[in-house]
Design a protein. Structure first.
Length: 329
């Protein structure tokens, strides 16, 4: 049996040097989340949703020349939210960080967005607010991470309850570390049909949790019916010094974690995207064995992070859906 345990904070910031910052505006019911380190890091991405919104993700393909990036941004706001990365770039430029282009350094900040424009918040702005939100998120980076209705998860929803921002981490002995960060805003549901029982709880590390699969009112879940009101965004991080090609495979495997926790997932109307990154601080012992394990742990971390996001969501003025904690079934 593998000796697995949640990290000390059960957070993606348990992975060597990774920091996360959140910023949001409750008036517009939206926000942004940024992940970074004090130095550039390798990353890749896998996109399985049918309606993604991204910026600078092409450079994360294994065949692209760029090896390292400076930050990853998850944001609400649909295409407007892509501007959050501009605020993050401003901050990184002020620190003289980025790709060395000779006369100037160019911060590289891949980003992905979710659709939260119909969640009841104020959206009739004259000037796109996401640049400032992204800037504030970067200025808030730390190893302490607030969950729930914050950052990119501020206005997130699922088909039945509020979504939100969640995280988790799993360690294998003292050598392999894996963490996940998610913003859950899905077409589908995180619960068994007709109940408040979370799919993700069946992948919990809580030995005191005794669960029985409930009687189902239906074999399929209710969904959001309007095109575009969706997307689950995720990041998985490890400390093992994998290549971009390996990270691409890890990101793809990690999508299993969304499928376990949300039904349905990867629909034509979701923009489901997972980034994979490494601190590069730990050499692998056996490439094949370690890669297989990190793929498995990444999916598990994503599933647990989805559950943590749903449970941490809190009630806010103007909400159109209840929080999971307030649902009684």
């Amino acid at each position: 049996m593998l000796n697995l345990s949640n990290g000390p904070k059960n957070s993606i910031t348990d992975i060597d040097g990774f920091l996360v910052g959140n910023a949001h505006d409750d008036h517009i019911k939206s926000g942004a989340t940024v992940l970074t380190r004090s130095t550039a890091f390798k990353a890749s991405v896998s996109i399985l949703g049918g309606a993604p919104g991204t910026k600078e993700t092409d450079l994360l393909s294994p065949d692209k020349i760029v090896e390292n990036i400076d930050a990853i941004v998850l944001a609400g706001g649909s295409a407007f939210g892509l501007d959050a990365s501009s605020g993050v770039m401003d901050c990184l430029k002020s620190q003289n960080r980025g790709f060395d282009a000779g006369a100037i350094r160019v911060p590289l900040v891949p980003s992905a967005i979710l659709f939260d424009l119909k969640n009841g918040g104020f959206k009739d702005w004259k000037i796109n607010p996401y640049g400032d939100i992204g800037r504030n998120a970067y200025l808030n980076v730390s190893d302490d991470l607030e969950l729930g209705s914050v950052g990119a998860g501020c206005g997130a929803t699922t088909s039945v309850v509020k979504g939100g921002l969640g995280t988790s981490s799993i360690f294998f002995e003292d050598r392999i570390k894996v963490g996940a960060l998610v913003a859950v805003n899905s077409v589908g549901s995180p619960c068994f049909p007709g109940t408040n029982i979370l799919f993700s709880d069946f992948y919990s590390n809580d030995k005191d949790m005794h669960l029985k699969i409930p009687k189902k009112s239906s074999l399929i879940n209710s969904t959001k019916l309007l095109t575009g009101e969706a997307t689950t965004l995720g990041i998985v991080c490890t400390n093992l010094d994998f290549s971009k090609n390996d990270l691409n495979r890890i990101a793809t495997s990690a999508h299993t974690g969304i499928a376990r926790a949300i039904e349905p997932s990867h629909t034509p109307f979701d923009g489901d995207i997972i980034f994979a990154a490494t601190s590069g601080t730990q050499p692998f012992v056996s490439k094949d064995t370690d890669l297989m394990l990190v793929c498995q742990l990444s999916a598990l971390c994503i599933t647990q992070a989805v559950g943590n996001a749903i449970k941490a969501a809190c009630k806010k003025k103007g909400d159109q859906l209840s929080c999971w904690a307030d649902i009684k079934t």
